[in-house]
Design a protein around this ligand. Structure first.
Ligand code: C2O
Ligand code: CU
Length: 546
């Protein structure tokens, strides 16, 4: 669309092309002629072309979309001013006069002051995103309470292969203890922190918890510091496959092991029904914490439901060696015929794969030979790696969903890779609408709104976008309608444009970010702000939700 081309066609090219054409016209004949006579033109055009080229590059790598009026005007004025100054200095055929030297000094000083001020403004500092009292969590106590204790501590874990990994764990294990409850139960989790050197929280990835239980330091609570504790409590009224993880410096702490699975059953599970996080520990791929091939003995005819969870930063290609149906995406049930294809699972995303155990072994693969889960009626054979075609999950199966007929608001998230000021320095960053966290303008909503969000990926990386506290209904990819698909972690590939519908029905101040967590930490994080919702917490030296 236009946003991929707009500022390039309107600003970058005009700044470069006319001076470049002028430079070529003037200098080429001169270069070819035998009589070399200097004229002011021979230097003027090449210099202005150079100014334009620099301004065009700045527009492309430092401003990006949206290229608003002020930076566009500054860039054009800078090139025009440089041209005028160059021309008059050359026309005088001598060193610049006093007036030009003063003008040059003033412009340089102003540019330096502006740069310094911008760097100062981007330094790490205490920021409160929406001052005000938190949205109170409604306490429902009428249901059965299931209590869990999770204590964050360091541990050296030994993988099945014998490889030892220095990990961060809950209760000494990673993945942490599975939390599995019945729909309607009240979940109560006491988090304790025995780490010496970092805070920790619990975020319920994909789950529609009250804002105060969302586990985002600086937005919904303060990070639980060394020796501290916090109690999470919410009603598990939504069934499906989810997971929990720390949200304090998650790019480091989650990768090192501070996560676990969270499953909510609408009815007692039957057959083999297991959450299976895929996680890479220091380069070693694991399924449910096991590297290499692991096995379960399953009687033929047993119903099987494998709840595959991608807890890594990058997508995984998931497949089975036997036909299977995808029963749920990100915790929401879908209908679907058996397939022999493979599916791309976004970072943070979940697919429930179901089939009836056949008479021969079945292999679940996460796309790397040598790592997998084999369900077997008895034999030790390992089936061939699945190699079926990639199934587009947004067009697979059937849905029982009616998209909203109209929207109350629209918003656009343009994801890009630009140079931006972070922590006081100009750094290559992952940006949303040209800005980095916490300066990305929030998506503002009112309780009850349907919001149409267009997500554009202008960069060369995958961006698995994840709004907290809400799922979104995927409606379009690259201008073509998809099946309406509820997701909470949707992978926008390089160059793609997704249109999703978000129903604002859970008031609060919610993080939304790329779940390639290094991108989130390098700026690709924003927040969803409900009108009237506030937070008493602040982003400061203890709270780093990105
Ligand atoms: Cu897995 Cu901010 O989330
Ligand atoms: Cu990303």
């Amino acid at each position: 669309g236009w946003w991929f081309a707009g500022e390039k066609l309107l600003i970058a090219l005009p700044l470069l092309l006319p001076p470049a054409a002028g430079a070529a016209l003037v200098t080429l004949p001169h270069l070819l002629s035998t009589r070399r006579r200097s004229s002011p033109w021979t230097e003027f055009f090449p210099l202005v072309a150079a100014y334009g080229a620099v301004a065009g590059v700045v527009a492309g790598v430092a401003v990006g979309y949206p290229l608003s009026g002020p930076p566009a005007i500054v860039l054009v004025l800078a090139v025009a001013g440089g041209a005028v100054a160059t021309w008059s200095i050359r026309a005088r055929k001598g060193p610049p006069g006093r007036a030009w030297r003063i003008a040059g000094a003033v412009v340089t000083a102003a540019a330096l002051a502006w740069t310094g001020l911008s760097m100062w403004n981007s330094r790490p500092t205490t920021i409160r995103l929406a001052a005000g009292p938190a949205v109170a969590a409604v306490q429902q106590t009428s249901t059965r309470v299931r209590h869990f204790d999770l204590t964050a501590r360091k541990a050296t874990i030994t993988l099945a292969s014998g490889r030892r990994v220095e990990a961060l764990t809950f209760n000494g294990v990673t993945p942490g203890p599975p939390i599995r409850v019945r729909q309607g139960d009240t979940v109560e989790v006491t988090l304790r922190n025995e780490l010496q050197d970092r805070g920790v929280t619990l975020h319920w990835h994909g789950y529609r918890v009250p804002n105060a239980m969302d586990g985002v330091p600086g937005l919904t609570q303060d990070a639980v510091g060394p020796g501290g504790s916090f109690v999470y409590r919410f009603v598990a009224d939504q069934p499906g496959t989810y997971w929990y993880h720390t949200h304090e410096t998650p790019n480091l702490a989650l990768q090192q092991g501070l996560f676990g699975t969270f499953t909510v059953d609408p009815a007692p599970p039957h057959g083999l029904d297991e959450p299976l996080p895929i996680h890479t520990y220091q380069g070693t791929l694991t399924i449910a914490g096991v590297d290499g091939i692991s096995r379960r003995t399953v009687r033929p005819g047993t119903p099987v439901r494998l709840r595959v969870i991608n807890t890594d930063n990058t997508p995984h290609t998931v497949g089975m060696s036997v036909p299977y149906a995808i029963k749920a995406v990100d915790g929401t049930d879908i209908g679907g015929p058996p397939t022999t294809g493979r599916v791309e699972l976004a970072a943070g995303g979940r697919y429930d794969l179901a089939f009836t155990m056949p008479g021969q072994p079945a292999l679940l693969s996460a796309g790397r030979a040598g790592t997998g889960l084999v369900l077997t009626p008895g034999s030790r054979a390992v089936p061939e790696e699945p190699a079926g075609p990639i199934v587009d999950i947004t067009r697979y199966g059937t849905r029982d969903v009616t998209p909203p007929a109209r929207f109350d608001r629209e918003d656009t998230w343009v994801l890009d890779r630009l140079i931006a000021l972070r922590n006081g320095l100009p750094l290559l960053s992952h940006t949303v609408n040209g800005q980095v966290w916490p300066h990305v303008p929030p998506t503002v909503v009112r309780n009850g709104d349907w919001v149409r969000v267009t997500v554009v990926n202008r960069s060369g990386d995958h961006h698995p976008m994840h709004p907290h506290g809400h799922r979104v209904l995927v409606l379009e990819r690259d201008g073509e309608a998809t099946l309406p698909t509820w997701m909470d972690s949707f992978d926008v590939a390089p160059g793609e444009v997704w249109v999703v519908a978000l129903h604002a029905d859970n008031p609060g101040v919610w993080l939304a970010h790329c779940h390639e967590l290094t991108h989130a930490a390098e700026g690709m994080t924003l927040h969803l702000a409900y009108e009237g919702a506030g937070t008493p917490y602040a982003l400061d030296e203890h709270n780093h939700p990105e």
